[in-house]
Design a protein around this ligand. Structure first.
Ligand SMILES: NC(=O)c1ccc[n+]([C@@H]2O[C@H](COP(=O)([O-])OP(=O)(O)OC[C@H]3O[C@@H](n4cnc5c(N)ncnc54)[C@H](OP(=O)(O)O)[C@@H]3O)[C@@H](O)[C@H]2O)c1
Length: 297
């Protein structure tokens, strides 16, 4: 946890699920006066032990602070909450820090709503698990009105590595989407590989012994090289071409999956992408050239 450095402020947290609770606890332990509200009140009650005040109604919660941090499941929930009678009136003149995960369109809609309603607006993507909130491992990537962000910067800084991407409220959603793509595809590959090993009678420990250095060398270190290639659109002189990679995927991963009864639907989808690259004449190119297949179909 961070040492308390910012002046004490009043702040309201709307939504006390796993992430909202982590945010509320962190703000409270940084010395701020926190009011919380949650649709299911019992879930907010647990934050009393952190010193939070539990508001009985949404409007009451909003009235308690100049800065409102919202972190609910999705933007359907956000729209429902913003449409509650009395919310528009009470929001006027306050600042909303919208930390509910959303895409670029949600961010831009939120900004428009704030401009129309006369309140400040900051949108942020939390690039972390709840347990990392309050540590430098949690990146909070914000955008929106520069003045609103500056007014909240010190307050929000206890949440983690606070970044400001600029006025465009669509940016956090776009970057978060790209990172989620990286995360989910990687975790799916990792768990699929583990399932293959397990089905073939290889102990998970044995698989992990090789997976860890493999990941570091073949994925983490290769990221920069792949990034450079994508930026320069330079896909020649490769260590492993699209065609070679497809062979490995076909003859090793898919064959082994079929043999051991492991679901390989996701690997077939990956195979289809490689095949499209080859059909488009990219068989001899570096795998970085898949960006062209994804971006241009
Ligand atoms: N958990 C993570 O690892 C993580 C990481 C980054 C970002 N996030 C984002 O953080 C946000 C919250 O996620 P979470 O992990 O805290 O999920 P969660 O534990 O499932 O909590 C969801 C929250 O949304 C509220 N909610 C859902 N529908 C609602 C509605 N129609 N009206 C009012 N409130 C509603 C829930 O209230 P009830 O208690 O009444 O159901 C609860 O407070 C999401 O946008 C998520 O993508 C989460």
């Amino acid at each position: 946890m961070y040492i308390i450095v910012s002046a004490s402020r009043t702040v309201t947290v709307i939504g006390t699920g796993v992430m909202g609770s982590a945010i509320a606890r962190t703000l409270a332990s940084a010395g701020h006066a926190v009011t919380v509200w949650n649709r299911t009140l019992a879930r907010a009650e647990t934050l009393r032990d952190a010193g939070a005040v539990v508001a009985g109604t949404l409007v009451e919660a909003l009235e308690s602070s100049e800065v409102i941090v919202m972190c609910v499941a999705d933007h359907v929930a956000v729209d429902e909450l913003m449409a509650v009678p009395g919310v528009a009136q009470v929001m006027s003149g306050r600042t909303l820090v919208q930390l509910t995960t959303g895409d670029a369109e949600d961010g831009r809609r939120g900004r428009q709503h704030a401009d129309d309603g006369g309140f400040g607006f900051v949108v942020g993507a939390i690039i972390a698990y709840p347990r990392a909130v309050g540590t430098p491992q949690a990146t909070i990537l914000c955008a929106g009105q520069a003045a609103a962000f500056e007014a909240c910067r010190e307050l929000l800084s206890c949440l983690g590595d606070l970044q400001y991407a600029g006025e465009d409220p669509g940016l956090p959603g776009i970057i978060d989407g790209g990172l989620c793509s990286l995360l989910f595809a990687t975790l799916v590959g990792f768990t699929h590989g583990a399932a293959l090993a397990q089905q073939k009678g290889v102990h998970l420990d044995e698989f992990l012994r090789f997976a860890r250095p493999y990941f570091r060398i073949n994925l983490v270190e290769v990221l920069d090289e792949t990034a450079d290639r994508m930026q320069a659109r330079n896909y020649g002189d490769t260590q492993s071409s699209v065609a070679t990679s497809l062979n490995g995927l076909d003859n090793l991963v898919i064959a082994l999956s079929q043999e051991s009864g492991v679901d390989y639907e996701v690997m077939s989808a990956i195979k289809a992408v490689f095949q499209r690259a080859i059909d488009g004449g990219r068989g001899d190119e570096d795998v970085a050239s898949l960006i062209e297949v994804f971006a241009r179909g």
